[in-house]
Design a protein around this ligand. Structure first.
Ligand code: FES
Ligand code: FES
Length: 511
């Protein structure tokens, strides 16, 4: 055997020579083989599952697999799956509403393909456990499990304008639903940037490190890998004094969107959006990536791709502002909130008698554009004061209610013309997951100096597939103009969860 053969791996049936043994399998596949279905959601943490491929038929996260460890072995990616198999999976995901932004979907399809290949009869509990290696921030898991069940049985795959229109209304940014997005081709900047781009990553001093490859740029930046911290997450704001019917202190919360911020730009051009196919529910509207791509492209007179790692996106991304509030049944109260542009208006849009006090806190940057920020907390506090959710009416005019029993979360939503029931249901289930997870489990540890300590995907506390109650969605017919319904669902489920768990004064309340 000559040296070249010894340093080769087979990817989707074709041999490739490994000429840099220090790379991870993920970097090798993306930068040397040009496979973009393997996504980088957290490398090299190995915690989001977006980079999952098959190594000799077994599912493996490629970001923690050194390429030298798989020399001589067979790698299979989504691109290499048999066309019928690939399309049947895509169809199952689309028909179940199990793929929204689609960033997590290729990795999950590969996980399912491995389970299927193992040939054993797979119990649903095993499928749920297999998803513990993954994170999906959009769909709330249930529809993904339905896709597993639906495999091979789905009749018609929706790929139409009405489905994408509903997705765009719910995501508040243009989104497409279809085979391409389910197969990881949602048009993410890191996938579509021209190959001659300089790559820019944040350095440790507030500037940018550049390189001809991601590995070169990251090595130059001396990136420090995030670890889970022992610093405890504590709600950072004290309650206002008063005689209240309900009080609540919330924590810093990481939005945890899967596609980390990226944008590419030509000199003098328009930067690409970091929201290629939604998926951040407002959290990426103020991303640093596009303006940096534009500036660096002009400075270096080259196309530049700005790419944030998971740790960068936690450090630089906008968080939901923490609050501490007390309210009375007559709708009066005080909400103290981390100073955030637009937050007082958001609170007063639904609760005009609540006084808003903005507090300067050391801590991460916050945004009122994060899903329902401010108005959610105000409504939830008022629900807590009355001990019931009733009907939540959002500033968009949609209506939602939620009830929780031992086993399930039951939702009703009215939000104008349905457009596509599968897609609307999917966004409502995703919103229910986000709400349940926020109230019971999520927080971000920030130290006394305001520095974020939780930098890994697992440390955010996002509820996993096996831990989620069943969600039932009833969509009320309505012929008026379609408006966003999942934000009202998010608020209704958060309020119902809080009440169900005993209206404890500090979030997360625990499971
Ligand atoms: S990128 Fe590999 S597990 Fe997240
Ligand atoms: S569809 Fe799973 S992260 Fe967006």
């Amino acid at each position: 055997m000559n040296d070249q053969r010894e340093l080769s791996i087979k990817v989707d049936g074709e041999m490739f020579v490994v000429n840099d043994e220090d790379l991870t399998l993920l970097d090798f596949l993306r930068s040397h083989v040009g496979i973009t279905s393997v996504k980088d959601g957290c490398s090299p943490q190995g915690q989001c599952g977006c980079c999952t491929v098959l190594v000799d038929g077994q599912a493996r996260v490629s970001c923690v697999t050194p390429v030298k460890r798989v020399i001589g072995r067979e790698i299979e990616t989504l691109e290499g799956l048999d066309d019928t198999l690939k399309n049947t999976w895509a169809k199952a995901f689309i028909d179940a509403g199990a793929s929204q932004c689609g960033f997590c979907t290729p990795g999950i399809i590969m996980r399912f393909a491995a389970l299927q290949k193992s040939g054993e009869k797979t119990e649903i509990e095993k499928v749920k456990r297999s998803l513990h290696a993954h994170l999906c921030r959009c769909t709330g898991w249930q529809t993904i499990l339905e896709a597993w069940d639906d495999f091979g049985n789905s009749e018609v795959a929706i790929e139409n304008d009405k489905a994408s229109e509903r997705a765009s209304i719910e995501g508040r940014t243009p989104q497409k639903i279809g085979f391409d997005t389910a197969l990881g081709k949602g048009g993410f900047s890191a996938d579509i940037a021209p190959s001659n781009c300089l790559i820019a990553v944040p350095d440790q001093l507030g500037g940018w490190s550049l390189g001809e490859s991601l590995t070169e740029a990251r090595n130059a930046s001396k990136k420090i890998q995030g670890r889970r911290t022992t610093v405890k997450a504590v709600p950072p704001i004290e309650l206002p004094t008063g005689d209240w019917d309900a009080v609540l202190r919330t924590n810093w919360v990481e939005p945890g969107y899967l596609e980390t911020d990226s944008s590419w730009c030509e000199p003098g051009g328009e930067p690409s959006t970091p929201l290629a196919n939604g998926g951040a529910f407002g959290s990426k509207f103020e991303s640093v990536a596009p303006s940096a791509a534009r500036q660096l492209a002009d400075k270096y007179k080259r196309p530049v791709l700005v790419l944030l790692s998971r740790e960068d996106s936690v450090h630089l991304g906008h968080k939901r502002p923490p609050i501490a509030g007390g309210v009375n049944k007559n709708g009066e109260g005080i909400i103290r909130v981390a100073r955030t542009p637009g937050i007082a208006d958001a609170i007063n849009s639904v609760a005009p008698k609540i006084e808003v006090q903005e507090i300067d806190l050391p801590g991460p940057i916050t945004s009122s554009k994060v899903r329902a920020a401010g108005w959610a907390e105000a409504k939830i506090l008022l629900c807590g004061a009355f001990g019931e959710v009733g009907t939540i009416i959002s500033p968009d005019g949609s209506e939602a209610s939620a009830e929780i029993d031992e086993k399930s979360i039951n939702i009703s939503v009215r939000c104008g013309e349905v457009l596509n029931e599968t897609v609307l249901r999917s966004y409502c289930i995703g919103a229910a997951h986000m709400a349940w997870s926020w109230v019971t489990s999520e927080s971000l540890a920030v130290d006394v100096n305001g520095l974020i300590q939780d930098l890994t995907v697992r440390s955010f506390g996002i509820v996993r597939a096996g831990e989620m109650p069943e969600v039932n969605v009833e969509i009320q017919p309505d012929s008026s103009k379609a408006v966003n319904g999942s934000d009202a669902v998010f608020v209704a489920v958060a309020a119902a969860t809080w009440i169900h768990k005993g209206t404890l004064p500090e979030w997360p309340v625990g499971n």
